[in-house]
Write a protein that binds this ligand. Structure first.
Ligand SMILES: Cc1cc2nc3c(=O)[nH]c(=O)nc-3n(C[C@H](O)[C@H](O)[C@H](O)COP(=O)(O)OP(=O)(O)OC[C@H]3O[C@@H](n4cnc5c(N)ncnc54)[C@H](O)[C@@H]3O)c2cc1C
Length: 436
C-alpha cells in the first residue's frame, strides 16, 4: 500500500491553478487565515457584500484536515445526539445538533449553487452497534432522535444485514440528509468560487506572526480591519489560544473499485456512510468511483505526539474489516494516509472574539467539516452584523473558558497527551451540564 492521500490523486486535471503566494504589503477589510472548511465558509459569506477580503493559506486550500478527510457530511462527528442530550438536556442537544445540520446545508448549497465538482454522493448515515453495548448505544441514539423530532430508522439483529452485509453488527440507526464528498476538491472548487467572486486568495502563504491588525507571511503582510483565524495547529507565536486544542490522529485507506457484486454484498440496499460504536471507531463509505474508503485508528496512536506513518494501524483496521466482511477479503487496498484533527477537551469547537482586540476572531478545534463550516460562517456573520435570532447562545456553548474534568493546572502537570483523552472520554460518555 502506498502512503499517499488519495484526494491529491483526484486533483490531477484540475482546471484552476494554485494561487500564488502573497508578495508585498496589502490592506483589506477582512483577513481570513486558513483555507480549510471553516476559513472557506467564512470567506464565502462575504461574497457579494462589497468587502475586500484576503484569504491566506499555508498550504493549498484543503491542504490540511479538510483535504485529508473521509468527506462524510453528517451532523455526527465525534458526538452522538444522545451524548449531547445527556450532557446538555433536550434543548441544548437540539441547539448543538442544529450546528452541523446547518453546516451540512451550507456546504450543500455552496456545492449545488456553484456546481462544485467534488464527488458529491447522497448517502444515508448508518451508526452501527457492536456487541450488547453497541446495541444499547444505538437504542439510545434512536430514542434521542425520536424524542427531539429527528427522523430515523432502527434495525436490530439479523435485520441489520438488510442494509449492510457485514457480520457482527447487533443494531443500526439510519438517517437521511447526509452526503459524501471529496474534501480536497471541495476546498479547491470553493477557492475557485471565492477567486471569481473577488476574494484575494494566496496559497503557500503561512502566517508567521500576528500583531494588532497585521499578519505577516515570509514575503508580505496583510493589514485588515477584521481578522478571522480559521487555521489549525497554530503555535503560541500566532495564537495565544494554542493551549485550547490538541491534535487527534486518524488513518484512512482506499481500495480498487468494487465490482457490482461486491457493492451489492456490502450494501444490499444501496450505499451508506457507516461508523461503529467502538471507542476508536472504524468508518467507511464508497466514493463516486465505487472505491471503498475505510478509516480508523488505535488507542495508542490517536493521541501520540509524533505522527505514526507506518501502515501498522490501518493494517489492523483493514484486518478487522475483512473479518466482518469475509466475502470482500480479496479487496485490494491501494493507498493509505493519516491526518490530525484539531479538537478541544470536550470535542465542541471554541469560537471567540478576543476581549482586548475584538476585531480578532478565532475558530478553534472543529471536529467535522459541517461543524467547521458552521463556525466559519457564524463568525463571518458576526463581522457583518448579520446574526440571526438565537445565534448569541453559541458563544456560550463554544466559550473558551468552559469547564472540563481535568483542570488546566492538573493538565500542566500530567501533560496534554494524558489530559485530553480523559477530558474527551468524560465529555463523550459522562459529562452533564444540563441547562434545561
Ligand atoms: C483522516 C481524517 C478523516 C476525517 N474524516 C472526516 C469526515 O469524514 N467527516 C468530517 O466531517 N470530518 C472529518 N475529519 C475532520 C475534518 O477534516 C476537520 O474537522 C475539518 O476539516 C476542520 O476544518 P478546519 O477548517 O477547521 O481545519 P483545516 O481543514 O485543518 O483548515 C485549517 C487550514 O489552516 C491552514 N493553516 C494552518 N496554519 C496556518 C498559518 N500559519 N497561516 C495560514 N494558514 C494556516 C492549514 O493549512 C489548513 O488548510 C477528518 C479528518 C482527518 C484528518
Amino acid at each position: 500500500m502506498l502512503l499517499q492521500n488519495w484526494w491529491f490523486t483526484t486533483l490531477v486535471g484540475i482546471k484552476r491553478p494554485i494561487q500564488p503566494p502573497l508578495k508585498g504589503d496589502v490592506k483589506c477589510d477582512v483577513l481570513v487565515i486558513g483555507g480549510g472548511a471553516s476559513g472557506l465558509a467564512a470567506a464565502a459569506r462575504f461574497l457579494g457584500t462589497g468587502k475586500k477580503v484576503v484569504l491566506l493559506e499555508r498550504n493549498i486550500c484543503g491542504g490540511s484536515s479538510t483535504g485529508k478527510s473521509a468527506g462524510f457530511l453528517t451532523p455526527d462527528s465525534e458526538l452522538e445526539l444522545s451524548q449531547l442530550r445527556r450532557r446538555f438536556g433536550p434543548q441544548g442537544a437540539k441547539d448543538l445538533w442544529e450546528v452541523p445540520v446547518r453546516g451540512v446545508d451550507l456546504m450543500l448549497s455552496l456545492i449545488r449553487s456553484n456546481g462544485l465538482e467534488c464527488d458529491l454522493q447522497k448517502q444515508d448515515s448508518l451508526y452501527l452497534g457492536k456487541g450488547s453495548g453497541g446495541a444499547k448505544a444505538v437504542r439510545e441514539e434512536y430514542a434521542s432522535r425520536k424524542s427531539l423530532g429527528y427522523e430515523s430508522e432502527v434495525y436490530f439483529g439479523d435485520d441489520v444485514r438488510s442494509v449492510v452485509g457485514g457480520k457482527g453488527y447487533t443494531a443500526a440507526v439510519r438517517y437521511q440528509d447526509t452526503y459524501g464528498i471529496d474534501g480536497l476538491r471541495y476546498a479547491q472548487e470553493t477557492k475557485r468560487v471565492l477567486v471569481d467572486g473577488g476574494v484575494d486568495v494566496y496559497e503557500a502563504s503561512a502566517v508567521v506572526s500576528f500583531e494588532g491588525h497585521t499578519a505577516k507571511t515570509h514575503m508580505g503582510s496583510v493589514t485588515a480591519d477584521e481578522v478571522i483565524f480559521c487555521a489549525d495547529k497554530l503555535g503560541p507565536e500566532v495564537s495565544p489560544y494554542s493551549w485550547n486544542v490538541y491534535h487527534e490522529q486518524t488513518f484512512l485507506s482506499i481500495t480498487e473499485p468494487l465490482s457490482p457484486v461486491e457493492q451489492q454484498s456490502m450494501f444490499p440496499a444501496g450505499p451508506f456512510q457507516c461508523w461503529d460504536s467502538d471507542l476508536v471507531y472504524s468508518y467507511y463509505r464508497l466514493t463516486g468511483s465505487k472505491r471503498l474508503l475505510l478509516g480508523g485508528g488505535s488507542l495508542l496512536t490517536t493521541y501520540t505526539r509524533n505522527d505514526s506513518t507506518t501502515s501498522r494501524v490501518i493494517d489492523h483496521v483493514i484486518s478487522g474489516f475483512r473479518g466482518m466482511f469475509p466475502e470482500l477479503r480479496n479487496l485490494r487496498f491501494v493507498q493509505y494516509w493519516m491526518g490530525r484533527i484539531d479538537m478541544t477537551r470536550d470535542l465542541l469547537p471554541t469560537v471567540l472574539k478576543e476581549p482586548a482586540s475584538p476585531w480578532v476572531h478565532r475558530v478553534l478545534g472543529c471536529v467535522g467539516l459541517p461543524w467547521a463550516t458552521f463556525c466559519g460562517d457564524f463568525v463571518a456573520r458576526e463581522v457583518l452584523a448579520e446574526k440571526e435570532t438565537g445565534d448569541e447562545k453559541y458563544y456560550g456553548y463554544f466559550d473558551v473558558n468552559r469547564k472540563f474534568l481535568v483542570p488546566l493546572w492538573l493538565e500542566r502537570a500530567i501533560g496534554k497527551r494524558l489530559a485530553f483523552p480523559i477530558n474527551n472520554a468524560w465529555a463523550k460518555y459522562y459529562q452533564k451540564d444540563t441547562r434545561d
